[in-house]
Design a binder for this molecule. Structure first.
Ligand code: ADP
Length: 627
């Protein structure tokens, strides 16, 4: 296709825009859908982790949960708290027992408080900073044990500032509470269960303080900012042993289904080294740790699902773009095909139109042809009619000439007749006298006269005879002689000098003898008319061969042909002669006859004066024996 096909036209440009928007939309939708799916997956994984971590932690704590209670079953311990002022040996015995137990269990410390909250025996009795003698009545776990039978408490040790989980249980007999047994579990023990976590997770206590975290830096940070009253209360219980308790800075972005939240974890300074991402957007899922007032929270990073969604949306965009390009190409192809179809239709139309026009023209042509044929037929008919009329006129012309001739013929015959009468009368007389010689001489002269008269009548007969129209070999000399003979009377009367000049002894033309004579009589007659009343009357007849033609010229010494007459010479019924003397048919008929021969007739002024009529007719074949 031409150059224009490589250019996108305006509708195609709009199409490209629409397709681009579609591709972007497809990418965006895919991203959203993929994110939604990813979030669902992430939540499921998060829930699973949450359960797993919580169960592990619970199991770890449960290992120690019955420690304090079982201590209350120990007789030595119970006796110790029952005794108001126990002896040194009694205390030492319990101290050692607790020491052994602590070592075996791997706990931080195990100790016994009396009714007043004072430590009376402890696993760390050997250490300088032993709890023994310390008053821990302010610790909530003591109060809880004394009032509710057991207590749990996360706190930082006042002596060693060691964080730990305190499990307490009342020591009682039938008279009531006598004191409390306390087991402190170190965080390391608890954190053991989290050694394999693969996501940020934390345990926060009822105050929102992070007490356990898979990210080391998060410990002792708070999930929400603490007010002054809360801080003062902590100072009093020395729960966190004056730790700074900075807020972790978790920002809630959105609540998701099933209590999950979308949160942003802040960037930490300095950057933490962890096996998993610890900043950015996460799905946070929280649940209460059974048997404690604590919450365990797991953070699942959105990074991976965002990357997946971005990859998928890119793929969707590319696929949509590709489909759009395909659609565009198909559309272009469809348009191209349509254009070709339209071209073909236009071509077909043009072809049909052409065919229709050709058919019309053919009809026109055939009707024109028919008209032409009719015209030709009419012309032929007219020509026939004209020919018939011409023949009639020829006859009429002949009759006119015959009329003229009649007088001269009568005059011509009268003379010999009178001579015959005289000669025959004389012959009779000479025979009666017996003068036979003179009589026979008279009879001879009579014969001559009769012959001459026969000739005259024969000429007249031949002139009057209607021509056969069949061309023959005609002797020019004889034709001229016959014509002059017919005009003999007038020639003699007018004392005309006749000059006949033939270039060859014999000249033959291929025509009709009678009609040629008729033409010559006409021309010579006109010449005599023109020279009528003149002193010098000369009629010249000159004939010669001109190629395959014979040229005959009839010249007179008359006034010539005036300029206004020359163009009308051959017009039928054109005459300058006085009424009755001319019909104006002579030249018209002569021209017609000559044309029939296949020759031509023209009249002009002769350079030496007078008029000259030139007749050109086909020459006869070389062999005159055909005549
Ligand atoms: P018509 O002799 O009956 O007039 P023609 O057709 O023979 O008819 O001649 C037409 C006219 O041509 C004549 O009237 C005459 O004016 C002119 N014409 C013919 N021959 C000659 C001639 N030899 N000299 C002068 N004029 C002539």
């Amino acid at each position: 296709m031409p150059f224009q096909k490589h250019l996108l036209n305006v509708p195609s440009l709009v199409l490209v825009l629409v397709f681009a928007i579609l591709a972007v939309n497809a990418a965006m939708l895919t991203f959203q859908y993929s994110m939604a799916l990813g979030l669902e997956d992430l939540q499921a994984t998060g829930r699973h982790r949450l359960n797993l971590y919580a169960t592990n932690l619970e199991r770890e704590i449960d290992k120690y949960a019955y420690f304090p209670t079982t201590l209350g079953l120990k007789r030595d311990v119970l006796e110790l708290v029952e005794t108001p002022s126990p002896g040194r040996a009694q205390v030492q015995e319990v101290n050692e027992y607790l020491e052994q137990l602590n070592e075996r269990a791997g706990t931080l410390s195990i100790y016994i408080l009396d009714r007043a909250g004072k430590v009376i025996a402890s696993s760390n009795w050997r250490h300088e900073d032993s709890f023994v003698g310390e008053d821990l009545s302010f610790r909530p776990y003591f109060r809880e044990a004394m009032t509710r039978g057991s207590g749990r408490f996360f706190g930082i040790g006042t002596t060693r500032s060691e964080p730990g989980y305190y499990l307490s249980s009342v020591l009682a007999n039938s008279q009531g509470a006598l004191g409390a047994a306390v087991v402190k579990i170190g965080l390391k023990q608890l954190e053991k269960s989290w050694s394999t976590v693969e996501a940020p997770a934390l345990v926060s206590d009822e105050n929102g303080v992070v007490i356990l975290a898979s990210v080391p830096g998060w410990k002792f940070m708070t999930l929400w900012p603490l007010d002054d009253a809360a801080r003062r209360a902590f100072d009093q219980t020395q729960q966190y042993n004056r730790q700074a308790l900075h807020p972790l800075g978790v920002v809630d972005l959105k609540n998701l289904d099933n209590g999950a939240r979308l949160v942003r974890l802040p960037k930490t300074n300095p950057e933490m080294v962890a096996m998993f991402p610890v900043t950015g957007e996460f799905v946070a899922q929280t649940q209460v740790l059974p048997g404690t007032p604590w919450n365990i929270t797991v953070f699942s990073s959105q990074d991976q699902i965002r990357r997946n969604a971005a990859d998928r949306s890119l793929l969707a965009g590319v696929v949509a773009g590709f489909l759009c390009i395909l659609a565009l190409m198909l559309n272009e192809r469809r348009r191209h095909l349509n254009a070709r179809l339209a071209d073909r239709e236009a071509l077909q139309k043009a072809y049909d139109e052409l065919e229709r026009k050709v058919a019309e023209r053919t009809v026109d042509l055939s009707s024109a042809n028919i008209r032409l044929q009719q015209e030709v037929a009419e012309r032929i008919q007219a020509e026939r009619t004209l020919r018939a009329a011409q023949d009639e006129l020829v006859q009429a012309g002949k009759l006119a000439v015959i009329g003229q001739l009649a007088a001269s013929v009568a005059h011509e015959l009268n003379q010999p007749l009178a001579a015959l009468r005289t000669l025959s009368g004389n012959a009779r007389k000479f025979l009666a006298r017996g003068n036979q010689d003179t009589a026979s001489s008279n009879l001879e002269r009579i014969d001559g006269l009769v012959d001459r008269m026969g000739t005259v009548t024969a000429q007249l007969k031949s002139f009057a005879r209607k021509s056969s129209g069949t061309p023959q070999v005609v002797s020019i000399r004889r034709a001229i002689d016959n014509a002059l003979f017919l005009l003999q009377q007038r020639l003699t009367q007018a004392r005309v000098e006749t000059r006949v000049d033939l270039s060859e002894s014999e000249l033959y033309a291929w025509c009709d003898a009678n009609r040629l004579e008729q033409v010559l009589v006409n021309l010579a007659g006109n010449a005599l008319d023109a020279m009528d009343g003149m002193d010098e009357v000369v009629l010249e007849l000159v004939a010669c061969r001109n190629g395959d033609r014979v040229r005959i010229q009839v010249r007179d010494r008359g006034p010539g042909i005036p300029d206004d007459v020359r163009p009308r010479l051959f017009e039928p019924f054109f005459t300058t002669k006085e009424d009755g003397r001319g019909l104006g048919l002579g030249l018209a008929i002569s021209a017609g006859i000559v044309a029939d021969f296949g020759g031509s007739l023209s009249g002009d002024r002769h350079p030496d004066g007078g008029a000259v009529f030139t007749l050109e007719i086909p020459a006869a074949p070389e062999d005159p024996s055909n005549e």
